[in-house]
Design a protein. Structure first.
Length: 94
C-alpha cells in the first residue's frame, strides 16, 4: 500500500470513528495512565470507576478549602522572583 493510500485510509478511519462517537454519546475514548494505551468504554462505566478511585481514603482526602488561589499566588510570586533575578524575561513570563 502506498503512503498516499495509507493516508486516505487513515483519514477515512478517523472520520468513521468521529461519526461513531457523535452518534454514540454514551461512549468515551481515553488514555490510560500507567500503560499509555487507549481505551474505549461506556461513560457510565468510566464515571463509576473514577468515583471508585476518588473514594479511596488511603489515596485521597477531602480538603476543607480550595487550594487553587494559594497555588496561584505562590506561582506568581515565584515567577516574579525569577524575573527580578534576571532568570526570566517579560516575554518568557507571558
Amino acid at each position: 500500500m502506498k503512503s498516499n493510500e495509507k493516508s486516505d485510509t487513515n483519514c477515512k478511519l478517523v472520520g468513521d470513528v468521529r461519526k461513531f462517537l457523535r452518534e454514540h454519546s454514551n461512549v468515551i475514548i481515553s488514555r490510560t495512565d500507567k500503560t499509555n494505551s487507549t481505551v474505549c468504554m461506556y461513560v457510565d462505566e468510566y464515571n463509576h470507576k473514577m468515583l471508585e478511585l476518588l473514594q479511596d481514603v488511603d489515596v485521597y482526602k477531602i480538603l476543607k478549602n480550595d487550594p487553587t488561589t494559594t497555588y496561584e499566588r505562590k506561582s506568581n510570586q515565584f515567577i516574579k522572583e525569577l524575573k527580578n533575578l534576571g532568570r526570566m524575561s517579560m516575554s518568557t513570563k507571558f
